[in-house]
Structures are given as C-alpha cells and as structure tokens.
Design a protein around this ligand. Structure first.
Ligand SMILES: [Zn+2]
Ligand SMILES: [Zn+2]
Length: 110
C-alpha cells in the first residue's frame, strides 16, 4: 500500500467565510477551496467533474459540510445536490502556489 496516500488525512476542516472551505492536511499542507470550484469539479456520476455554464446562487452555497472520518468530505448544497470528495480528489484540486507548480513561493495563510 502506498505509504503517502495511507498517511494523508484531514487534520482540520472548516468553512472560510461564505464562499470557501479551508483544509489542513496531516502532512502540514493547507488548502483553500472556493465553493464555486468544488461544485464545478463535483465527481458524482451526474456532474463528472465538469459543471459548465452559470451556476445558480444556491448551487454555490453550502447547506452542510461534513467530514466523513479521515478519508472523505461530504458537501450538501443549498440546491439539494450532494457531493463526496475523497482526499486524493481534493488534493488534486488544490491551487495553492506549491500545487500550482511554484514551490518557490511560500504558502500564504488566511
Ligand atoms: Zn454532482
Ligand atoms: Zn496545495
């Protein structure tokens, strides 16, 4: 079993204002995920990670944010849609300076 994936877990998860979710990883990494981004990349069978066009307000606002153990995150949207992200899927969405390929830049905290 790959040691890295096995070691990856959530150390902290919280809503950041009304439009983003902040996450601290067990390896010390920090991510900020804009809700718009999370909805557009929803991996469910209906969305398949490619939601295009204008999103209604309720499709970009969270009703509930629930941590599923240490391996996944459940998002319940105001419009009733439900999204489950596994940690590797979330990590792939991280757009911090480090993940975007600019490791020279320090990760700036909120
Ligand atoms: Zn979906
Ligand atoms: Zn990152």
């Amino acid at each position: 079993m790959p040691q890295q994936l096995k070691a990856l877990s959530i150390s902290d998860l919280n809503e950041v204002g009304r439009y983003a979710v902040g996450m601290h990883w067990s390896d010390g990494h920090e991510s900020i995920f804009p809700l718009d981004n999370l909805r557009r990349h929803c991996p469910c069978l209906k969305c398949r990670g490619e939601v295009k066009g204008e999103l209604p307000q309720d499709a970009r606002r969270l009703h509930q944010l629930i941590r599923l153990g240490e391996a996944a995150v459940f998002l319940n949207w105001r419009d009733g849609h439900e999204t489950i992200y596994t940690l590797p899927q979330l990590r792939a969405l991280c757009r911090c300076a480090y993940c975007a390929g600019e490791p020279e830049k320090p990760i700036t905290g909120g």
